[in-house]
Design a protein around this ligand. Structure first.
Ligand code: AHR
Length: 681
């Protein structure tokens, strides 16, 4: 590997864990670029280069920041099965119009037989008559999005006490009830639990808003019990239990090679009992009990294993399946041997659900759930962040999973959560088996990330391949800013230069609901509310790197790169130990070529506020066209960012580039990530 970028491998111990907004030690950057002679970059086409993994860039996901419920999973009703809270129907309110009166309460006496619906919401409509309606209302996840000419699927279970029955109307209306956007008759509810469904369609003149609620109401007295009240807007590919189209499109545009799911902390669970139980996430949604989640809110599990797999399929991405490995966030670990065996079997069943044909037990179940064709699965990760485990039993647990999975599925590559060179990876060792890949996690300030951007240039070539399963430059909230994006791009350039060892990488976390209370993790990639979504500058940097990626990584030699001085702050516990100031490069480079497209993608990060000119030499190139393309992400200030109200402040701009050739000089804009597309045809 050729690079003149200095390598610093100052791994920062990760001392905190969940329920905190950031693990970053606060850092201060003093940027003082030194005047230097002109920077040169030599891209060596005389050498064969390194094959680039087609799955280099992927996505990582878990239920955090209302990523699924209140996010990608398009369900609009919050607390649809009334299980969020043991005593009160959270997110539900009474409707009592014009003197109508009613009471409501949770009721566990009448579970819906044959389902996982154990708690219902009872409404006692005491005083209801024409013009005096009473009912229940749900304002969704920070509002219900209303758009013109839109059809919503509403459904619910209901029953009454009396034989006479109670007629219901269903409506989407303004929060004060004054504007009705869509309405339908829900039918006459009788004494037996039944599922009712209606379509609610808005008119052409409706003004888009999220100031809306779903109301189920009656003008007749009586008792009505409700369960699984659901409302879906149009979804990606029109799936009834589907996903939000705008968020799907954002991810599809990134061209991810894989999706790592379902965590992260979410796969581990708060305790062994509350781990992610994939078998409880299958089949009709009324069969799914949901789970307490690991980020402070309950999950409906509407986003179940099959939905994850369909999500992969829709993005043309491979699943990277994380299986529960006997270690939970409260520190519990399941003893290796007989006690761990059921969990190993559970992982084998899960792999069979994903990959088995219909003659297998779990393949048949998948077919029954609607997907007879098996999914391709090449990667399974054993657990998550086991470096945190105090009892240090991962070697034994990994071995037990490894042997069982490899015996049945010898081609599946197994990923260990330790043995990497990140701080976590060093906390335990897997020594009894050799993992195919090791998962490393890096959450750093932009300056630390840039300081670390060359870490893989000097990485040992002898060990397993690296999966950077979670990483991000941390600056800006709820989504990161341009400074973080510059650092992310610098880090990705390092991944591309070291394509022989980095097989896969995925930024984390992917999503955040930007409403108050929606965020548990401070620095995220894509933000949204009920109505719209936006990508952070880091999102666009990721998209640029993934869209312009060749199949061969070319050796890049940069010289006379100006440096910036970075003073890392002392740790809070040892304020007297001020670390020495460091010299960090201001520019970062990588180059890949696409044999298929006859193009070279030169990626350049200019991390400072001055334009910098670079002399580029494509040594050994047969031909490089004078005209090419430049895709540039930049802004006047490194703190600039995108928000829900200003979603496209920092976005890439594509323009023609001229004056290119085998040797050329190019000026890179201040605070910029640039992809130069060079044609060799
Ligand atoms: O990405 C957020 C969290 O960071 C993940 O759940 C966990 O694996 C890590 O600690």
């Amino acid at each position: 590997m050729t690079s003149n970028i200095p390598s610093h491998s100052a791994a920062m111990p990760i001392v905190q864990r969940r329920f905190r907004l950031s693990r970053l030690v606060s850092l201060v950057a003093l940027i003082a670029p030194l005047a230097m002679a002109q920077t040169t970059v030599r891209i060596d086409l005389t050498k064969p280069g390194l094959p680039v993994s087609p799955t280099l860039y992927g996505l990582m996901t878990e239920e955090i920041n209302f990523s699924y419920d209140g996010g990608l999973y398009a369900e609009l009703v919050r607390n649809r099965a009334f299980k969020n809270h043991g005593y009160t129907p959270e997110h539900w309110s009474l409707v009592q119009d014009a003197g109508g009166s009613a009471a409501m309460a949770l009721d566990e006496r009448y579970p819906v037989a044959g389902t996982a619906l154990t708690t219902s919401l009872r409404i006692d409509a005491e005083n209801a008559s024409p013009g005096h309606r009473v009912g229940i209302a749900n304002a969704g996840y920070w509002g219900i999005p209303v758009t013109p000419n839109t059809s919503y699927r509403a459904s619910f279970y209901a029953k009454t006490s009396g034989a006479a029955g109670v007629p219901l109307t269903i409506s989407i209306e303004g929060v004060d009830g004054k504007t009705v956007y869509a309405q339908a008759e829900g039918g006459r509810i009788d004494g037996q639990w039944k599922r009712y469904s209606v379509t609610l369609t808005t008119g052409a003149n409706v003004k888009p808003t999220a100031e809306a609620r779903l109301v189920l109401a009656t003008e007749s007295p009586g008792k009505v019990w409700f369960n699984l009240v659901s409302l879906f807007p149009p979804t990606h590919k029109d799936r009834p239990n589907g996903l939000r189209p705008d968020l799907m499109q954002k991810m599809i545009d990134m061209k991810p090679g894989f999706l790592r799911f379902p965590g992260g902390n979410y796969v581990e669970g708060g305790s062994v009992t509350n781990r992610f139980k994939w078998k409880e996430t299958l089949g009709p949604i009324d069969q799914r009990p949901g789970n307490p989640g690991t980020w402070g809110y309950r999950s409906t599990d509407g986003m179940g294993l099959l939905e994850f797999l369909l999500w992969c399929e829709d993005m043309k991405a491979e699943p990277v399946l994380a299986v529960f490995a006997g270690y939970a966030l409260n520190g519990e670990s399941v003893p290796v041997g007989k006690e761990l065996q059921p969990f190993v079997q559970d992982a084998l069943d899960e792999i069979e659900y994903v990959t088995g044909d219909v003659s297998t037990k779990w393949g048949a179940k998948r077919a029954k759930d609607g997907h007879p064709a098996p999914f391709k699965l090449r990667y399974v990760e054993i657990g998550n962040e086991d470096g945190f485990e105090k009892n240090k039993t991962y070697d034994g647990r990994y071995t037990q999973f490894h042997d069982a999975i490899k015996k049945k599925y010898p081609k599946i590559k197994l990923i260990s959560t330790v043995n990497g060179k990140d701080w976590l990876g060093q906390q335990q060792k897997v020594s009894s088996r050799v993992p195919d890949l090791v998962d490393e996690h890096y959450y750093y300030s932009p300056m630390k990330m840039m300081n670390d951007a060359a870490r893989y240039d000097s990485y040992a070539r002898s060990g397993p391949k690296v999966f950077i399963g979670e990483w991000a430059g941390h600056e800006g909230s709820p989504t990161t800013n341009l400074h973080a994006a510059l650092a992310d791009a610098a880090f990705m350039a390092g991944m591309e230069r070291n394509a022989d060892i980095i097989e896969m990488a995925c930024y984390a976390p992917l999503f955040v609901n930007v409403n108050p209370g929606g965020m548990q993790w401070q620095h995220n990639l894509i933000g949204y509310n009920a109505q719209s979504s936006y990508g952070s500058p880091s999102y666009y940097a990721q998209k640029m790197f993934s869209n312009y990626l060749g199949n061969v990584s070319l050796p890049v030699q940069a010289e006379k790169v100006s440096m910036q001085t970075w003073q890392e702050e002392a740790k809070k516990e040892t304020p007297q130990d001020v670390p020495p100031a460091r010299q960090v490069p201001t520019m970062f480079f990588s180059a890949t070529k696409s044999d298929q497209r006859g193009e070279i993608y030169l990626k350049v990060v200019n991390a400072i506020g001055n334009a910098q000119t670079v002399q580029v030499d494509l040594a050994g190139a047969a031909k490089v066209a004078a005209e090419g393309e430049a895709i540039v992400l930049s802004s006047a200030h490194k703190e600039d960012t995108n928000t829900i109200t200003e979603p496209t402040k920092v976005v890439p701009v594509t323009s023609k580039a001229s004056g290119l050739g085998k040797q050329f000089s190019y000026s890179f804009a201040p605070y910029s990530v640039t992809v130069l597309v060079l044609s060799t045809k």
